[in-house]
Write a protein that binds this ligand. Sequence first.
Ligand code: ZN
Ligand code: CA
Length: 376
Amino acid sequence: MVNKERLVELFLEMISVNTPAKQEKVLVDIIQPKLESMGLSCVRDVAHLVTGGDCGNLIATLPGNVEGAPPIFFSSHFDTVEATPDIKIIVEDGVIKSDGTTILGADDKGGMSPIIEGIHTIIEQNIPHGDIQLLLTVSEEIGLLGARYIDQGLIRARMGFVLDTGPPVGTIVVTAPTQETLDVTIHGKPAHAGFEPEKGISAIQVAARAINRMKLGRIDHETTANVGIINGGKATNIVCPEVKLRLEARSRNVTKLAHQVTHMRDVFEDVAEEFGARVDVRVNHMYDGYRLSSTDDVVKIANKAAENLGLPTGLREAGGGSDANYFNSFGIPTCVLATGMKQIHTHEEHIAIDDLVRSANWVVEIVKVAACEAGK
Ligand code: ZN
Ligand code: CA
């Protein structure tokens, strides 16, 4: 069993530090010495030179004490979706929450603290284990940037577990979509809206008709699309000459994704032509999806460990990306483990202490199950 008091104390310490994306150093400076004092060797990479943050990813390694176990990693991210400079933490009826004026930061400190407590327990109780790495990333919330630019040469693990999704603890995300975004600029033609509107081409009307004609929202069970941002126009008496939009599409099926993105581009181009306007569409590939199966070792180990602990089990599909998308694209099979974080990205975010404990025990059990692979 893990040390519940120590775990809660660590979690509370972590969430009381303000770490929006690109400002993680203050927390990395707290966590690294803790890991070093536990006996892990730590390296910070230089991902921040690309991402523009104040600190790189922290990669910590604990050499195994048994032969033949597969090297595994656990991962979570330091940054929170919003800044929490004046966070007020409330612990009530076994649940940790903010006072409602900020997020809590259980995403993802509710993943990282159980990882650290789990490893602490393994070392303290001299539990047999193979090589274990912790890939603790930065700037996840602004496009998985830390994972994207992590120094892959530092990763020795051959499979991994990212603790970064909601409960029930024990369930496992085995597939996530590929995402692409579209940056669209519609070039119309300005004219005085009162004197000679017929000389203008309204980029706003082009955008409106295109959006109206576009398949958006839930396209099918594994494909979604959304117009997220629209900007344009200066005055009511000017026929609007330019509108900029940002859209996205995701699918767990790359063929369907390509279809949807082509459809979105075609609609803009067709409608622009109807109006005599011009449109620039730039498609950005954000990250690759992945699909693991129940027979992959990484899934079998996580699932067996959850079963051993009597946790609810089940393989889930995700609608969004996580650092696991990049780790999988590096060729390292990686699944996402459910944690206790609830209502993330809102000020109602909260986490149950029992779920923190369940996650930490799950980490320990995964290490044990993986070590049992030794000699098989
Ligand atoms: Zn997260
Ligand atoms: Ca998040």
